[in-house]
Design a protein around this ligand. Structure first.
Ligand code: GLY
Length: 462
């Protein structure tokens, strides 16, 4: 937990952003796997963590904008809780740890909310993303699910996005810790990527590393020789010489800040010429666009620059042809780079995605593209100092997509389909770093993780 002044200040700024009413931020509850008492790892709601700091289930935070007052609601533990979970701090003690001098039970929260709605006060909610939130909120406020949805407040979403988008120094330090753990995860996976090992052995080892450093992985490990499947969670393949492993994985710190790193490495420790040709194109897209990520530039421009670099590299290899600007404007590059360059990173690995991707990544003046490929760009808007973002260009050979486009002669003026066939079985390459936007430009966070062909091969030497 940060110092209580941090949470106090964040709530004060939040209240100041809203005109009037009551802000209600529910914390998460335990979530069951296969029967009620067998629960998943508990994950607190990130906005609740940001403003109320308490990493335990069963709490609600209220900021009363009209009366400049914050209250923590929750029930004190009873003897059964103490028997099974040990001594638990009182709700009032937890409140004091985050700078709140007012606390009350959940029954009282229900009364306060019902009274507020009855008297016509505005109750501001963030979009609920768990079914149990909907049920609990409807019950607390005595409304139906439509009634809960009607309280979702665009004003509150905008205020939370504004505050959480700019990371302060202590948050940046947390993210760097998470990147440092990811560095150990990725170099371990590289060293294990030898023929005869199974993907699941690498995935299990790196998940264990995250756990042994105090947090879980920040999202389910993506690790596969079939890296052309962008989010591949199947880890059942035996590693074979001649293939590359795409490993996209990060850790969460004990304070729930995330890292999100991708490295691609050759099974057996040596890239083939064809693999390193594609790898170096993606590497150039990664390094050049990190340099180009500066305040005032939109991330969509940076994304399109990555697309241009990838298309340029593929043209040199004979896979693309024609005018590169026209090819990128038409979206021809998306056969090979069908996703976005990156997203915000923070308490969520896709930071604040629960508040709506467009609310986080786009603005009144910049709307999301509808073109295949660029439409998947999660963050398009102008970069600001204090943003932490991912930079993750990739180049993939997706047989089903190649067949579909080739069958339709799609962008045939820009794509040499005969040449593409020679790369059909290559899989994919993705390289991802976590990047802070600074006043002067940008900075890759954390311990450098082997990234060039030489660095990766050197790391993999046994
Ligand atoms: N690294 C996984 C993702 O960005 O979705």
């Amino acid at each position: 937990m940060f110092a209580k002044e941090v949470y106090w200040q964040r709530r004060k700024m939040l209240r100041e952003e809203l005109g009037d009413g009551i802000i209600l931020i529910p914390g998460n509850e335990e979530s069951s796997m296969n029967y009620r008492a067998n629960t998943y790892h508990f994950r607190q709601d990130s906005s609740f963590l940001y403003f109320f700091g308490i990493d335990k289930p069963g709490f609600y935070g209220v900021c009363d904008v009209d009366n400049d007052k914050d209250t923590l609601y929750g029930n004190d533990s009873d003897i059964d809780d103490i028997i099974w979970m040990g001594e638990q701090p009182a709700v009032s003690d937890l409140a004091a740890r985050v700078g709140i001098d007012s606390s009350a039970s959940l029954k009282e929260l229900g009364d306060v909310l019902k009274q507020a709605l009855k008297s016509g006060r505005k109750v501001h909610l963030l979009p609920p993303y768990r079914g149990d939130h909907m049920v609990a909120l409807a019950e607390l406020m005595g409304v139906d699910y439509e009634g809960v949805k009607n309280l979702v407040s665009q004003e509150l979403i905008a205020a939370v996005v504004k505050l959480r988008s700019i990371k302060d120094l202590s948050e940046i330090r947390e993210i760097e810790k998470a990147v440092d753990v990811a560095s150990i995860m990725h170099t371990t996976a590289m060293k294990m990527a030898y023929p005869g090992n199974y993907e699941r052995e690498l995935a299990g080892a790196i998940e264990g590393i995250a756990l042994s450093h105090g947090g879980p992985v920040s999202f389910p490990v993506i690790l596969s020789m079939d890296g052309q499947t962008l989010h591949n969670h199947y880890h059942g393949n035996e590693l074979r010489e001649g293939r590359m492993v795409v490993c996209d994985a990060g850790a969460e710190t004990a304070m729930c800040y995330a890292s999100d790193i991708t490295r691609t490495f050759p099974v057996g420790g040596k890239f083939s010429t064809q693999q390193s040709d594609i790898y170096n194109i993606v590497l150039k897209a990664n390094t050049e666009t990190i340099k180009a990520s500066i305040p005032g530039r939109t991330y969509r421009e940076v994304h399109l620059m990555a697309a241009r670099i990838i298309a340029g590299g593929l043209k040199e290899l004979g896979l693309m042809k024609g005018d590169l600007d026209e090819a990128v404007a038409a979206g021809a590059h998306a056969l090979f780079f069908p996703h976005g360059l990156g997203h915000m990173l923070g308490l969520d690995v896709h930071d604040m995605e629960g508040l709506g991707e467009n609310n986080v990544g786009y603005s009144e003046s910049l709307k999301r593209s509808e073109q295949f490929g660029t439409a998947y760009l999660r963050l398009g808007r102008e970069l600001e100092p204090g943003f932490v973002i991912t930079n993750e260009p990739g180049c993939y050979f997706i047989p089903a997509l190649i067949d579909q486009w080739k069958g339709e002669h799609k962008h045939a003026q820009f794509i040499n389909y005969d040449q593409v066939e020679k790369y059909r079985g290559l899989g994919g390459v993705r390289i991802e770093d976590d990047v802070l936007i600074t006043d002067a430009g940008s900075k890759v966070l954390g311990t450098p993780i082997p990234k060039t062909v030489d660095e990766v091969e050197e790391t993999m030497k046994v």
